[in-house]
Design a protein around this ligand. Sequence first.
Ligand code: DQA
Length: 153
Amino acid sequence: MSHTARLLVLHGPNLNLLGTREPEIYGSATLAEIDVRIREECQALGAEVRILQSNHEGALVDAIQGARTTADALILNAAAYTHTSVAIRDAVAALQVPVVEVHLSNVFARERFRRRSLLSDVVSGVISGFGPESYVLGVRAALSLLSRPPAGR
Ligand code: DQA
């Protein structure tokens, strides 16, 4: 990439409650603390980052559509919408830029309905189960995807 990489990090519903929400599953870090960690990593790696949280499916669709022209890669924790939203899946599928799906918890080790993601087959890859570090790994994965040519070339 010739210019500074522009990353968009999107947090879906209920992630604004992190810190107090089911801490035995999601840990004690607040979303603000996680965002600081994401910004530190982006600064260290020389990337620009924009971070948004929304509880609303349509707002997330709007933000994903916006990434078509304003971001080079998307790091997406669609939270519960991961398992339910065809609208978010379609918005992701329409994106030309790499998308990394992230989850704090290991969704494959939880209830059956969380093991199905409507996003996984339209994203570049999935990071699940590393707590707040999932986002840091997501940033690194996105930058690594941007620094190498797409597979098959
Ligand atoms: C989550 C996992 C989802 O199943 C859940 O609905 C969330 C958070 C995670 O980060 O572990 O809200 O995406």
